[in-house]
Design a protein around this ligand. Structure first.
Ligand SMILES: [Zn+2]
Length: 62
């Protein structure tokens, strides 16, 4: 049962990272030029250019 406890600690740490609302991906929005938080990241594959990144609600404006 001790091993089970260790596993849940690891899982909890992993969940805590995913829940960080201020996490910045380092991607810049192709529409507004602002950094994009992980929860707002919307990657779009563009032929000949590779990946573009938008805020989710900015991509739908276009
Ligand atoms: Zn944007």
């Amino acid at each position: 049962m001790a091993k089970k406890g260790e596993l849940s600690k690891t899982a909890r740490a992993s969940l805590a990272q995913r829940d960080d609302k201020d996490h910045i991906t380092g991607r810049i929005c192709a529409r507004c030029g602002e950094p994009i938080n992980l929860k707002e990241l919307f990657p779009v594959k563009v032929l000949g250019q590779g990946m573009n990144y938008y805020h989710k609600n900015h991509y739908t404006l276009g």
